[in-house]
Design a binder for this molecule. Structure first.
Ligand SMILES: [Zn+2]
Ligand SMILES: [Zn+2]
Length: 571
């Protein structure tokens, strides 16, 4: 893509042009300068100016005065919520991946003009403010500009209104008009149920909220929230249920994270990664409301919602990471794990639980606990509404900013108010958010007629070991300290030769041996470690701890009442 950016009335002796290192809503670094080339800067009179490279991310232009115009090319071929994708079907533009900006000019408004490629009849969908022509848009400042992705292509457009608010679905896909209608209908159901949680919609600054959806065989699976829009991308394989779940997650962010904003994310820093201790709330609670909304909107049934909850609860109960890092600590790991790829090995499978999962499980615990304490009169919906009223609704004195971002202390204080019990709020935060405890999910879920139980009772287990049969029987998983095989001294990269006296050629053989034993049995293991030494040991087999959640066969009236108050459609 060819880009031309003009900066009028430059007064700095050196104009520091930058490509972002980060992207709003994605918490890791991306260094978008890597795909920029053929960079040239010009003065008022079209004379080329010298550019210097102070670091890998920027170009400094000196000796100007007046207008500086920079021209460059940028490459992009990834359809998702962070990067740039340009081909003959569209230009899918996440602004940080495409636009050069300059230090010190954050408060300046910007005008963006899209140029129709020869022979195309593309349109633009974006949360940017409409300008003089269908291809011209404006942003009030840099924060808003960078937060405003644009889909430039031949998308199908659907519109619906809820109360005074207008919602647009811009769908770039390979399906039929009927498919587009169906997606828009699902989106409307989701929008209505989530609006009911808060009792109102935010004021969407451009006059509407836009779903920018790329449902294409060459798209990556992703969703990314913005103030007045969201990017949702998916390959055709993942199907409509998955897409609905993403719509529900991203739209909930219009309140939770875009406006109810953790202090660490405000304002967004394009030069370095932001860090916050509150993604368990910003992402985790949103993760919980996704499937809950699908259930309330009639797009999922109780059994499937229970399966989704089980994945959250199982991780928090069984993953060893909980004893290493609290939910607040996991949040601070986001810059390393959200789209960041380590080429060196990490021990994250033993020390990290995603803040989506962890926070989702905390949300479930808090929602059920509040309902349990109050005979369903108070719930997480009340908590979210209180956070909205106090921290989200007041908005920002400048568009694209949030004037009252919350701290973890504010989040606790809000729980004290909503529950009317300061000691309860303090204990909940100390135990489950800043501590390492796990809620009594079995008791809480039983209130709603859901049973939390072991999915494979009586089945012998030595750990969730995975072998790489292609290269023999090398252990390709990090061995967790809570697996029986850990005590036997087995480690990643060891080569398993024998188990229970039987020769092992792959994962299936391990499964077969385990099938002949029960929890409590002791079996032998022989393996060769990475130095080539052969070792033997004894494994004390445990019961497979994997959890599932299933609806009880005949719920009592009290359970039905509790479940309905929780899962039924909001009026
Ligand atoms: Zn597209
Ligand atoms: Zn999210």
């Amino acid at each position: 893509m060819q880009v031309v950016v003009s900066f009028p009335d430059v007064t700095q002796a050196t104009l520091e042009l930058r490509m972002s290192r980060s992207s709003p809503g994605r918490y890791s670094l991306h260094d978008f300068a890597k795909n920029v080339y053929d960079v040239h800067a010009f003065d008022n009179n079209g004379r080329e100016l010298e550019t210097a490279r102070p670091d890998p991310y920027g170009w400094n232009v000196s000796g100007n005065g007046g207008t500086v115009t920079v021209r460059y090319k940028v490459y992009g071929d990834r359809v998702d919520g962070t990067y740039l994708a340009v081909d003959t079907t569209h230009a899918h533009i996440n602004m940080p991946s495409a636009l050069m900006w300059a230090h010190g000019l954050d408060d300046r408004p910007a005008t963006l003009v899209f140029e129709q490629p020869a022979g195309m009849a593309w349109h633009v969908a974006t949360q940017l403010h409409p300008g003089a022509t269908p291809f011209e848009f404006t942003a009030p400042n840099l924060q808003y500009l960078m937060d405003s992705p644009a889909e430039f292509g031949p998308f199908a457009l659907r519109e619906f209104t809820v109360g005074p608010r207008t919602f647009r679905v811009a769908l770039h896909h390979t399906g039929t008009d009927a498919d587009a209608d169906a997606f828009a209908k699902d989106a409307e159901k989701i929008v209505r149920q989530e609006g009911a949680v808060y009792g109102e919609y935010p004021v969407y600054e451009p006059g509407s909220y836009t779903f920018l959806i790329d449902y294409l065989p060459y798209a990556d699976g992703d969703g990314m929230e913005h103030r007045n829009s969201t990017v949702i991308t998916s390959s055709l394989a993942s199907g409509r249920a998955r897409l609905d779940d993403t719509i529900a997650h991203e739209f909930f962010h219009g309140w939770n994270v875009e406006r109810i904003r953790p202090q660490g994310l405000e304002p967004f820093d394009f030069d370095r990664a932001n860090v916050t201790d509150s993604l368990w709330l910003a992402e985790g609670f949103t993760q919980y409301y996704g499937p809950l909304t699908l259930q309330r909107a009639g797009l999922a049934d109780v059994a499937s919602t229970a399966r989704t909850l089980a994945r959250l609860v199982d991780a928090v109960v069984n993953d060893p990471g909980r004893s290493v890092r609290s939910a607040a600590d996991m949040s601070r790991m986001a810059p390393f794990i959200d789209g960041g790829r380590a080429s060196d090995r990490t021990n994250w499978t033993n020390t990290v639980i995603s803040y989506y999962t962890f926070g989702g499980a905390i949300a479930a615990a808090l929602d059920l606990t509040l309902r349990d304490r109050t005979d369903s009169r108070v719930s997480l919906d009340d908590y979210m509404r209180a956070m909205w009223q106090t921290y989200g609704k007041p908005g920002g004195s400048r568009e694209g900013y949030v004037d009252r971002p919350y701290t973890i202390g504010d989040a606790e204080e809000t729980l004290a108010k909503v529950s009317g019990d300061r000691a309860f709020a303090h204990e909940f935060f100390a135990k489950y958010i800043e501590g390492h405890d796990v809620a009594d999910y079995a008791r809480l879920l039983a209130r709603a007629g859901l049973t939390l139980r072991k999915q494979y009772p009586g089945r012998a287990w030595l750990g969730n070991l995975q072998l790489q049969s292609r290269e023999g029987t090398r252990v390709r998983t990090l061995v967790a300290p809570n697996w029986p095989v850990y005590a036997a001294g087995l480690e990643q990269d060891d080569d398993v030769r024998e188990l229970g006296g039987q020769r092992i050629n792959g994962d299936n053989d391990v499964g077969a041996v385990l099938g002949r034993h029960k929890p409590g049995d002791r079996i032998s293991i022989a393996f060769v470690d990475r130095t080539g030494r052969t070792k033997t040991a004894t494994i004390l087999l445990a019961e497979n701890p994997q959890l599932e959640i299933v609806p009880v066969d005949s719920p009592t009236d009290a359970q039905k009442k509790f479940r309905d108050a929780w899962l039924n459609p909001r009026p």
